[in-house]
Ligand binder design. Structure first.
Ligand code: ADP
Ligand code: ZN
Length: 762
């Protein structure tokens, strides 16, 4: 006969939610998940921390028959949850190593008698045959596996005890099973199902969409720009709570110092501080006395503050799991908040260092072991620092990791006595290392992979929340565009203010449109192989070694921005990147995005946000640029070319641009050249010159129907060194059979277009 208390305590989920838990409504996803569980379906639930996973098994536990067994590795959490349930008068308990064996037995018997509906169990309990036997006499209505990613070798938190849960499930008679975790990529999801022996399960990826959070990534070259950005963000939320996560303790100190000079009430928190200092920093932050906290990832666990308005990652985080968890601490109250990731390629190094020291390569382990073995038997006054000094390129932290691993496998012992470090080789001489190389290697690869995923996230101009949801194996409800990230809606207002207030003014003889097109043409012509500095040099007409070696001086875009400073061009390249026209790959090379290509060809307008930024940044000088005199006649021929090209391109813009744009307008309206000439009272030859000029400046002019393959083929050869502004007569002379100037100009337009899109063969 089934004991009374294993009967449901509430007839439906609705009544249970209200009467047992005192809650008024389900959170996003909870209801459908619980429906599946109550219906007896196996489920895999992936929801971010704090989204309310616990209720997804707690409430069904009291609505279903039988006992719900919850497997959790977190002993402290078990106690908290059971306390909370008991406080509501709900029959729950936990069984783990924190209580005596006889107490554990009492609870198992209570379970058998049906006096408990919800029992938390630590996974290692299942090692006990007696425990499993006792459970076999209990009607288990639901098996809930919390922190289910611990099953997966691919998870960051693999636990061997979790690996046996598949067998445990069978031993319990395959009850309805539910696996829950905050972090599971599709690979990990498969591992979880396989580990539990579930061939199918309902997958619920819920709660990763946080529409009140604005996600953005800011690519920055240096610390000054990072600090400026953080200051602007914190000023936007002045007096309200923010967290700035840094990768290292030292970085926390540096950033806290730098911020402290610019904004009031900055606190700091990291593992290097004493308990007192840390508590004090946390309290001051919680109370709002010191609202901006600079911290390592040691901060935040178990901290519950709903009105955090900004979470900044000053350094790129090590995984998207960690990122989402930390960033997700913003805006718990549902009001708007910012999640800003600052990205700098150099920051990767920090994580590569973490990976190297946490999961040292096999050679590193072997070389350290060799050093230790050489010491011979007995106890030696040797520390990891001593060993690190002997081995070039091995960091002391890596040695410490290896020491711990060797001790874990009973090869050595070490410690500190009277303030002096010692180590003893305890293993028999000549015995082989018992380190699990495959596992070590695996961990290393996982860490590397996770970092790559973050870099990918930061480098991709796709909707940020969309990327996150997909990463966790879900599908975004909003489709391609969330409307609340920098990829979808451009830089947020506080960031625009930096530009407005930075006072950065770049003098340009070109119109804003032309500047952008030149930048884009420069990026297009370097074919994704170069970073902003080299491209900047090329556009400026630099003859620096790097530019010459890459033969960038031979490009038609070499020197088209000769009137600008290198610094300014690099800055502008950053700006167009930030507005999505240019993408930076993981090595820092720039290429055009689809949108960038469209803007360059004149098929699309530049984004309004970019327009706004450039309006304040660029001050166009009306004065016609004086044709730059060749600085020295001894200058190399191609430098001569630079000087020749730049002013021509420059002089076409500004005050004269309007007439060309008028022609362009008519072309776009589909008017014939003759008609345009008539309307504008120009000669046909002028109209064609306009077209050439527009094309040279990257405007899309449709000449497709006039392009002649034979002429074009010859032009690719004879006009290889020709650039806009150079005389046409040598080309006419070189073409065979001869062509008209009209035909030449039309084909030259086509040639210029080819060059810009980078398809020209050279
Ligand atoms: P997770 O396990 O997903 O990290 P928890 O289950 O601990 O999150 O839930 C986080 C908080 O949300 C808890 O304080 C919980 O009581 C609360 N919570 C969960 N569901 C609801 C709900 N439907 N209504 C109100 N509060 C809820
Ligand atoms: Zn988006």
């Amino acid at each position: 006969m089934r004991p009374a208390a294993s009967k449901p305590l509430a007839p439906t989920l609705e009544t249970g939610l209200r009467d047992l838990f005192g809650l008024s409504e389900f959170r996003a996803g909870q209801r459908e998940i619980m429906d599946a569980v109550v219906a007896g379906d196996d489920t895999l639930v992936i929801m971010p921390t704090g989204a309310g996973k616990s209720l997804c098994y707690q409430l069904p536990a009291f609505v279903r028959e039988g006992v719900t067994l919850v497997v959790s590795p977190l002993i402290a959490l078990m106690k908290d949850q059971v306390d909370a349930l008991e406080a509501r008068g709900l029959p729950a308990a936990f069984v783990n190593s924190s209580i005596s064996t006889s107490e554990q037995n009492d609870r198992i018997r209570a379970m058998e008698r049906g006096e408990l509906k919800l029992v938390y169990v630590a996974p290692e309990r299942f090692q006990s045959r007696a425990f499993l036997d006792a459970l076999s006499r209990v009607h288990i209505g639901l098996l809930a596996i919390d922190e289910a990613h611990c099953i997966s070798q691919w998870g960051h938190d693999f636990r061997p005890d979790y690996r046996r849960l598949g067998e445990v499930r069978v031993a319990l008679g395959e009850p309805t099973t539910m696996a829950l975790t905050a972090t599971a990529t599709p690979v990990v999801q498969e591992d979880i199902l396989a580990g539990l022996g579930l061939s199918t399960a309902n997958l619920f990826v819920r709660g990763f969409e946080r529409p009140n959070l604005f996600f953005e990534v800011f690519h920055s070259r240096g610390n000054d720009a990072k600090i400026e950005r953080v200051v602007a963000l914190m000023e936007e939320h002045a007096g309200q709570s923010g967290v700035v996560y840094c990768a290292t303790r030292r970085q926390v100190d540096e950033v806290a110092d730098a911020l402290g000079h610019k904004i009031p009430d900055v606190g700091r928190y990291h593992g290097g501080l004493g308990d007192r200092d840390r508590d004090e920093a946390q309290d001051a932050w919680m109370s709002g006395a010191r609202p901006v906290l600079v911290a390592t990832n040691a901060f935040g666990m178990g901290v519950d503050k709903s009105d955090v308005r900004a979470v900044v990652h000053y350094n790129v985080p090590g995984s998207l799991e960690a990122y989402y968890q930390e960033a997700g601490r913003a805006g718990r109250d549902g009001k708007p908040a910012n999640c800003l990731m600052l990205f700098n390629h150099a920051d990767r190094g920090i994580h590569e260092f973490f990976t190297d020291t946490s999961f040292p390569a096999r050679e590193t382990v072997l070389s350290i072991w060799e050093q230790l073995r050489r010491l011979g038997s007995g106890t030696h006054a040797v520390t990891p620092a001593h060993i690190a000094r002997k081995l070039k390129g091995v960091h002391v932290l890596a040695v410490e990791t290896v020491f711990r691993s060797l001790r874990y496998h009973d090869h050595i012992d070490f410690g500190v006595r009277d303030g002096r470090g010692w180590v003893a080789v305890t293993d028999a001489p000549g015995s082989a290392l018992r380190i699990d190389w495959a596992e070590l290697n695996n961990r290393r690869r996982i860490a590397q992979r996770q970092l790559e995923d973050v870099v990918q996230y930061a480098s991709t101009r796709a909707c940020r929340p969309g990327q996150i949801v997909r990463y966790f194996g879900g599908e975004a409800s909003f489709g391609d565009s969330c409307g609340s990230c920098d990829a979808c809606s451009g830089a947020p207002s506080y960031a625009m203010r930096i530009v407005m207030e930075s006072g950065r003014r770049i003098r340009s003889t070109d119109s804003m449109d032309i500047v952008v097109k030149k930048l884009l043409a420069g990026v297009a012509r370097t074919k994704g192989r170069w970073g902003a500095h080299v491209i900047g040099g090329m556009l400026r007409g630099s003859r620096a070694k790097k530019v010459l070696k890459a033969r960038l001086d031979t490009l038609s875009t070499h020197g088209i921005m000769a009137s600008m400073k290198q610094d300014d061009i690099v800055y502008l390249l950053d700006v167009v990147e930030r507005h999505g026209l240019v993408a930076r790959n993981t090595h820092g090379s720039l290429s055009l995005t689809q949108e960038g290509g469209a803007v360059m060809r004149g098929e699309a307008d530049m984004p309004a946000s970019l327009h706004a930024v450039l309006e304040v940044t660029l001050s166009s000088s009306k004065r016609r640029a004086a044709p730059a005199k060749a600085k020295s006649t001894a200058a190399a021929k191609s430098s001569d070319t630079v000087v020749r090209r730049a002013p021509k391109a420059v002089s076409t813009s500004g005050e004269v641009a309007a007439t060309y744009l008028e022609t362009l307008q008519l072309l776009n309206d589909g008017r014939s050249y003759d008609e345009i000439a008539r309307r504008r009272d120009l000669t046909l030859s002028s109209v064609l010159r306009h077209m050439l000029l527009l094309t040279a400046n990257g405007y899309a002019v449709d000449v497709e129907q006039h392009a002649d393959a034979a002429v074009l083929g010859q032009l690719r050869e004879v006009a290889a060194d020709w650039s806009f502004g150079d005389p046409l007569s040598p080309l006419i002379a070189a073409l065979d059979p001869p062509v008209s100037y009209t035909a030449l100009k039309l084909n030259l337009c086509k040639l210029l277009q080819e060059r810009q899109s980078g398809i020209e063969k050279k």
